[in-house]
Design a protein around this ligand. Structure first.
Ligand code: P6P
Length: 336
């Protein structure tokens, strides 16, 4: 009988690859895993407990906030405080950064960017949703409160990133720069068990993910790329299949495994697209690159090299199989 390899065991194994690691990042990742299990429990009974439906408030994005968003945000804020390894959080649900004032956290060396429950408009219709996180070393001195500049670092400075997908099963996928690794929650033992040791995304895929309801708003390059996907050409495995769930983590996760492209482009009314750089695009880009994929901003720039200017900054997003990302950028630069 083979024993399951748990998230904590893999975190510790990977820590040994960093000679100066003292276990703080490992502890932080483990505590994120604990919070994910608690959110999993609530997501999986949302239909039974009165936490469905709008909480009647709006988040900084002006979007109606579901009670589960608030619950998830509170769980991760609490878990990261308990870990004592994090001195501050930038969350989608909070306009300003959250700082901790206890002595342990004040001296912690990491900050976390977090989308506690991405795709939450899908909660009430039982479609997969996700948590996305990104971890940086602080640039301010330990012993002081975290400051906004700790969070406004380029994605290349991430020390770890990951997501939890609450789907037909709950999975946690993360990277510390040593590849992309996936774990599946076994509720019978309450452990994330290693299920995808080394996730490598195909260089080409047959899936394109974009909200075609916005077709008339797209610039010509994107319109022509969509038609390219739909044309018949057996030499390049076209037509592709259109798959769009409307939950970034779910769309990205499927494409990561099968190969494919996710696009949330700019339009005249939204010149920076919709997705947020700090807690959606940067962590997903890190995971994509670590799996052999790519992530750009639809302007020929590598997402991870963008210099953030504000916490909730939006950026156009093209991510997935490397050759497909290149093809989208080729269409955009050719047809504008
Ligand atoms: P649209 C969810 O709100 C989200 O941020 C991503 O998870 C998702 O991919 C995208 O927005 C969906 O946006 O405009 O297509 O509904």
């Amino acid at each position: 009988m083979t024993f399951a390899v748990t998230l904590n065991e893999v975190i510790m194994q990977k820590q040994s690859a960093f000679p100066y690691a003292k276990g703080e990042l490992s502890r932080l990742l483990s505590d994120i895993g604990v919070a994910a299990k608690i959110v999993h429990r609530e997501v999986n009974k949302a239909g039974l407990v009165d936490i469905l439906g709008a909480a009647g408030v709006e988040n900084v994005q002006g979007e109606e906030v579901k009670k589960l968003d608030i619950f998830a945000n509170e769980q991760f804020i609490s878990a990261l405080k308990t870990s004592g390894m994090c001195c501050g959080i930038a969350s989608e649900e909070n306009e300003e950064i959250i700082t901790y004032n206890d002595n342990l956290s004040l001296n912690a060396k990491y900050v976390v960017c977090l989308d506690p429950l991405d795709g939450s408009s899908n909660i009430d219709v039982n479609v997969s949703i996700g948590t996305i996180f990104s971890i940086y070393r602080r640039i301010t001195e330990p012993g002081n409160f975290a400051e906004e500049k700790d969070f406004l670092q380029p994605g290349t400075k991430q020390v770890a990133a990951g997501y939890v997908i609450y789907g037909s099963s709950t999975m946690l996928v993360y990277t510390t720069g040593l590849g992309t690794t996936g774990f599946t929650l076994d509720p019978s033992i309450g452990e994330f068990c290693l299920s995808h040791p080394n996730m490598v995304t195909p260089k080409e895929g047959k899936i394109y993910s974009i909200n075609e309801g916005n077709y008339l708003k797209f610039h010509d390059g994107i319109k022509k790329y969509i038609k390219y996907c739909q044309e018949k050409d057996s030499a390049t495995n076209r037509p592709y299949t259109s798959r769009y769930i409307g939950s970034l983590v779910a769309d990205f996760h499927r494409n990561l495994i099968k190969g494919g492209i996710y696009i949330y482009p700019m339009t005249d009314s939204a010149p920076n697209g919709k997705l947020r750089l700090l807690y959606e695009c940067n962590p997903i880009a890190f995971l994509a690159e670590q799996a052999g994929g790519k992530a750009t901003d639809g302007r020929g720039n590598r997402i991870l090299e963008l210099s953030p200017k504000s916490l909730h900054q939006r950026v156009p997003f093209v991510s997935g199989s490397s050759k497909m990302v290149d093809k989208v950028e080729e269409f955009i630069s050719t047809y504008k």
